[in-house]
Design a protein around this ligand. Structure first.
Ligand code: FES
Length: 241
């Protein structure tokens, strides 16, 4: 089959991006369709695998009044889809140092008082491209069950779509990040090997190796990395016992 016969069999759809119409191949994700149409992502794109949360998008489908949300890298285009990208969901948050963090829901509420405005409308959960239930997590925080809230939001990718749809203006992803930190600090047993390694780093055990590595040309570092990925072996100067 020749290239031209392949492309003549291709099906195309029309999508509207910021109000302008573009013909793009059917089956592409919104992100790939926009690139096909000639746009270049300089922000709003990261992993392209549905994990980093950088590509939230809102759209409407033909014959449907609903405003839908999704990830541009995961949502396939359909004919006559109206699309708008959301490059960033604004977030203002105070990020406490770990010594300040207290393991109780009252502390979380003090930093995020808007949590108490939750009316359980479920708009956040309907918006979550990860299929999580931010609403249940918010309710768990309000009941004082931080563990439950952390479990429910472990897969949060902080895209901010829940926050965008929330009539109570809750900063969900920041709340969940704090809850995760509380659980990590106070409830999860510490790893002895990590503590040991941190002590080694602080004592300067790896200073020489780091210095040498940082002074090497990038292609040398790349070779070391490639060799390590192939064989699991490091050059002698990096084998610090
Ligand atoms: S680019 Fe990372 S989730 Fe879409």
């Amino acid at each position: 089959m020749t290239q031209s016969s392949v492309s003549s069999q291709r099906e195309y759809v029309t999508v509207f991006f910021n109000g302008e119409a573009y013909r793009v191949p059917k089956g592409l994700t919104i992100m790939k369709a926009l690139e096909y149409a000639g746009f270049r992502f300089t922000r709003g794109s990261g992993c392209r695998g549905g994990f980093c949360g950088a590509c939230p998008v809102i759209y409407r489908l033909p014959g449907d009044y609903k405003v839908r949300v999704g990830l541009a890298c995961q949502t396939a285009v359909v004919d006559n889809m109206y699309i708008s990208l959301i490059p960033y969901v604004p977030l203002v948050e105070y990020v406490p140092r770990r010594e300040e963090i207290k393991p109780d829901a009252g502390y979380v509420l003090k930093l995020f008082p808007e949590l108490s405005r939750c009316v359980s409308c479920n708009s956040c959960s309907k918006a979550c491209p990860q299929g999580l239930s931010p609403m249940d997590a918010v309710q768990a925080v309000l009941r004082g069950d931080l563990r439950k809230a952390a479990d429910l939001t472990f897969d949060c990718i902080a895209c901010g779509l829940c926050s965008l749809r929330c009539p109570a203006e809750i900063r969900h992803h920041a709340v969940f990040r704090l809850v995760g930190r509380i659980i990590g600090l106070y409830y999860i047993p510490r790893s002895k090997s990590v503590e040991e390694r941190v002590r080694d780093i602080e004592s300067g055990k790896y200073n020489e190796a780091f210095k040498k590595l940082l002074s090497m040309p990038v292609n040398e570092v790349r070779k070391i990395y490639e060799e390590y990925m192939k064989s699991g072996r490091l050059p002698e100067f990096l084998e610090v016992k």
